[in-house]
Design a protein around this ligand. Structure first.
Ligand code: FES
Length: 682
């Protein structure tokens, strides 16, 4: 057996014997230990920091002596004086092996470190960015061996970093020569490491050692808002997150009206493409400014969006998405350049757009699948991304099904008489008193209930302005729980319900939530028409989910994940009372926040996840709700609150819903069966 010293790395557990004098960085490389380096062991970058451990390690059966590593050297001292090294740290490229040693590689020295996520997530993000920095020393030109500067730079990358066949665009050639000379033939190169379709490529060159970072954008391009996370590609950290309204709203609130705009106006699609790209430019400036970085250092961007936004962003007329069979120009992932899309980031920056699942289930749903990983779930999970169009995934390790369902904008407060978007002053929580049948509520911006002392002062600046999506869900569910609305969706009279808040409103009844008219404020009520809108929206959502359950051959799911900003705010109990989602234990209904945005961030930070989602998407079974005869049947049943036929046993064990019905034969018809015709919102 070799008598060379034993080197053990933690946390990887990799070990090997190395000759005395071997730098720890070299040992790490030979064992495939994930230890970072930008300068290639020249003592410049300090990315290779390690922590040696001394003493007796019975677990590893080694004794590490105080002189197991070479003495602290001048390079380390220089770094210590300039920047400071944490107690106990050494530079892996400077410290050499002298005896058996245990070396810990701290997370910040690992290239493929795990990125911390805010909640217990379905999956970890391992950092594996598209573009990394490499410091190289380039051979100087020689009259006797004529070769181009680029060729010698390529040689340096191959020899010093094992990166072969690296390409360079014209803009690199245009700027490279003075940089090489300014850096005295020592330069830092940002290299996009390429993928299945593209070779490695030089993105940028700095003279000498570049001490900064590289950045990337994860963008969730929604029909209402565009949200961007600016991430540091070396640490995975989100440096700034921001959003702007999608400027396309002026061409239509929902996607179908934008598709119609493009159909009716010859240059409509172009105008909308221009608008969304302008919005993007403003947003990117904003996040770069917030993070205090130069937008020119953003070298990678990942986009997720629904199919219509996908086409409009790419400058493709969405005409075909407006009519059956809803053919996408392409459903594959796209790898483009920022310049193709007129984006104001690094001119060589790469753009990755996640694949679409189908003509109406977009890259945003693919991003949700990447973030929530139903294909890796042991239990059967239903994932619902609630928006104007609900995207629904159902699956486990066995298979994953997907569909979309046209919920319409009611859950966002639109088409509701007192509805509004979630903003300060909007009612977001509601409770109805079991005895008086009168409401109390909370508004966004205050923690107080409307009947608590200090409420008026707390809302003095915002006022009470309307009801947002989560508020209307609680409102209708509470009305149902307290016998103000019956199962078919009719509001009873004061006599029938025992509530003084009910008043006759034309041929139907309405429910008074807040009367601010005396002080010049709004009159906030829930009309029977509002109840109908919510019934239609929730029936569309439920029947999509139910259809996937039929296809899967199940009557219940193990857990439900609500994705999207809206999902984060709704009360699961109230959602269940409404019958929005299938019956499930309340503690098995969780919110995933902006899962599409998280999926975009995963694809940005880990290029391996891109190939993975492309494969996952290919395996997802798409279900077209419009073609399924049972969809209409489920829709009609789901129009009742919670449902005309489904038993909801778990819900019934928690709440007892009144059984009285208010339809006495005249007046308003019951909602069940009276649904509006379905309208596709691609
Ligand atoms: S590898 Fe750069 S300082 Fe050690």
């Amino acid at each position: 057996m070799s008598s060379d010293p034993l080197v053990i790395f933690t946390p990887s557990g990799k070990r090997g014997r190395f000759a005395q004098g071997t730098p720890i960085l070299t040992a790490a490389r030979q064992l495939g230990v994930d230890l970072d380096s930008v300068c290639g062991g020249r003592g410049i970058c300090s990315k290779c920091q390690i922590t040696p451990s001394y003493g007796s390690f019975s677990k590893h059966n080694v004794e590490v002596m105080p002189d197991a590593l070479s003495a602290w050297n001048a390079v380390e001292q220089r770094y210590q004086d300039k920047r400071g090294l944490k107690e106990g740290r050494r530079l892996g490229c400077q410290a050499t092996v002298q005896g058996d040693v245990v070396i810990d590689v701290p997370p910040e020295s690992q290239v493929h470190k795990q990125v911390v996520r805010k909640r217990a997530e379905a999956r970890d993000i391992v950092l594996n960015p598209s573009t990394r920095l490499f410091y190289v020393e380039v051979a100087q030109p020689d009259m006797h061996e004529p070769s181009g500067d680029l060729e010698r730079l390529q040689d340096a990358l191959r020899v010093q970093w094992d990166i072969a066949h690296v390409a360079a665009d014209l803009h690199i050639l245009q700027t490279m020569q003075p940089i090489l000379r300014k850096g005295d033939w020592k330069v830092t190169v940002a290299v996009n490491l390429g993928d299945a379709e593209n070779p490695a490529r030089i993105m940028h060159i700095w003279p000498g050692y570049y001490d900064g970072s590289l950045y990337g954008l994860a963008v969730d391009l929604g029909s209402t808002t565009i949200a961007a996370h600016l991430c540091d590609l070396q640490t995975g950290e989100v440096l700034a997150s921001s959003g702007v309204m999608n400027p396309q709203i002026r061409f239509g609130e929902d996607l179908m009206s934008r598709v119609s705009y493009s159909m009716m106006n010859a240059s409509g699609a172009d105008e909308m493409t221009r608008a969304v790209r302008e919005g993007m430019t403003a947003l990117f400036d904003q996040v770069a400014q917030e993070a205090g970085i130069d937008a020119g250092l953003i070298v990678d961007a990942v986009f997720v969006c629904n199919p219509v936004m996908h086409h409009l962003f790419l400058g493709i007329d969405p005409f075909e998405l407006g009519q059956a069979p809803f053919a996408l120009a392409t459903s594959n992932a796209m790898r483009l350049r920022a310049t193709d899309l007129g984006l104001n980031i690094h001119p060589a920056a790469r753009v990755y757009i996640l694949p679409c699942i189908a003509g109406h289930v977009g890259a945003d749903a693919a991003a949700v699948a990447l973030s929530e990983a139903p294909d890796k779930s042991d239990d059967l999970v239903l994932i619902v991304d609630v928006g104007t169009n609900a995207e629904i995934l159902l699956g486990n390790r066995e298979k994953v099904l997907a569909c979309s369902s046209p919920t319409g904008p009611a859950f966002e407060g639109a088409q509701i008489s007192s509805g509004q978007r979630a903003a300060p002053g909007a009612i977001e929580r509601v409770e109805i008193d079991a005895v008086t049948k009168l409401p109390r509520f909370k508004v966004i911006g205050s923690d107080l209930w409307s009947d608590e002392d200090g409420f008026d002062d707390a809302i003095a600046t915002t006022g009470v302005t309307g009801i947002c999506g989560s508020g209307i869900i609680e409102m209708v569910a509470e009305m149902r729980m307290h016998g103000i609305v019956d199962a078919p969706g009719l509001i009873g009279t004061t006599e029938q319900t025992g509530s003084a808040a009910v008043f006759a409103d034309g041929r139907t009844n309405s429910y008074m939530v807040y009367d601010g008219t005396a002080a010049g404020g709004p009159l906030i009520t829930v009309t029977n028409r509002d109840i109908r809108e919510i019934q239609m929206a929730k029936a569309a959502l439920y029947s999509g989910a139910r259809l996937l359950m039929d296809k899967f051959g199940v009557d219940k799911v193990d857990r439900v994940v609500l994705a999207g900003a809206f999902g984060a705010h709704i009360s699961t109990k109230h959602a269940m009372v409404l019958g929005m989602i299938p019956d499930a234990p309340l503690d098995k209904v969780t919110s995933a926040g902006n899962a599409a945005g998280t999926g975009a961030r995963i694809a940005l930070l880990n290029t391996k996840a891109r190939a993975e989602i492309e494969q996952t998407v290919r395996a997802i079974h798409k279900v077209e709700t419009a073609l399924e005869p049972r969809f209409q049947e489920h829709f009609v049943n789901a129009s009742a609150i919670p449902n005309a036929v489904e038993p909801f046993p778990i819900l019934n064990s928690i709440v007892t819903l009144p059984t009285a019905t208010f339809n006495t034969g005249g007046g308003d018809r019951s909602a069940a069966g009276g649904g509006r015709s379905r309208r596709r919102r691609a």
